[in-house]
Design a protein around this ligand. Sequence first.
Ligand SMILES: *Cc1c(COP(=O)(O)O)cnc(C)c1O
Length: 370
Amino acid sequence: MAKVNSNYGKLADSYLFAEIAKRAATFTRDNPNATIYKLGIGDTTEAITPHVLEGLRRGVEKLGDVRTYSGYGNEQGNKALREAIAVFYTQRGVCLDSSEIFVSDGAKTDSANIQSIFSQDSVVAVQDPAYPVYVDSNVASGRTGEFNKERGQYDDLVYMPCNSENDFVPQIPSNLSGRKFPDLIYLCSPNNPTGAVMSRKSLEEFVGAARENKSIIIFDAAYSWYINDQNLPQSIYEIAGAKECAIEINSFSKIAGFTGVRLGWAVVPKQAVTEDSEAGTLNRMWNRRQTTFFNGASNIAQDGGLEAFSPKGKEECSGLVNYYMNNAKMIRQGLELLNIKVFGGDNAPYLWMQNPNGIGSWEFFDKMLR
Ligand SMILES: *Cc1c(COP(=O)(O)O)cnc(C)c1O
């Protein structure tokens, strides 16, 4: 008799984006002529830029000619693209080998799958609030325990509260009530959804604690290009010792408008180690995981991604980033004019605002919608 993975039952209705979509769809059904400006989910809206589009087009054309056609590619990703990604890191003084870079179909996939190479009994820490996939992927794989409706939290997850008192920057978990220090720590900076960016000092503290406890940090840098302040780290590997304890995930989605094209990458350094593994093991395991469950990113998407990292492509992509940052600035200014307290929006496209008059989040959402 087949049985379902009962962990899925614990996911319940907590999927934020699905709830947003449901409320918006209900509203549209009742108000078919209304235009909705959707601010609830990080999606891109602007056209892919000419040079990057040329790369995608070239990718398509190559497939239509037997002399340039290619089928399955290198499972870890096109070597030229991995090398271009490595060069991208050298601009921040980070030296990576292309064998430490794994091209994927996006950062969400990698964020969801990375937990699978770690022990089932890993204690997991997440920022609160956080991009939902870090939590949900660990719920589905059975690491979180039950959802406590009263607290709105899973029993066995360690939450790192991010609020106005700590400027939405997570602190090293300390109040562990008998539990061991987290084995896996998910960090996202610049942060979705709060717009907060971690300073060098706070990242150094996390890297120090992770090395001390032989923990692994999973660092989601999907918005690294949105950092204006050059003193803020754009990659966790700018912190000394991070290669021993951190996996970094990034994406072309928010850089080049590839949310629908699908392209991202993960860095699993050879130096990264766990309590029970030596240098190279995690890198080999992720390679094994990807070659077993994934056959590589689309060759068309990779041709586009390669152009995004060319000098011309980078210039175009910076233009896209500026466009979104300008939107954030306008919204921020508008909210401030209304005397609403706002965070973020300076080194991230996200704004995090305090609801006026203490009204609840969903209540405010419905008010905005209506
Ligand atoms: C958009 C986003 C992603 C997803 O990126 P894809 O490459 O499109 O899967 C990952 N992490 C964060 C924080 C995001 O906002």
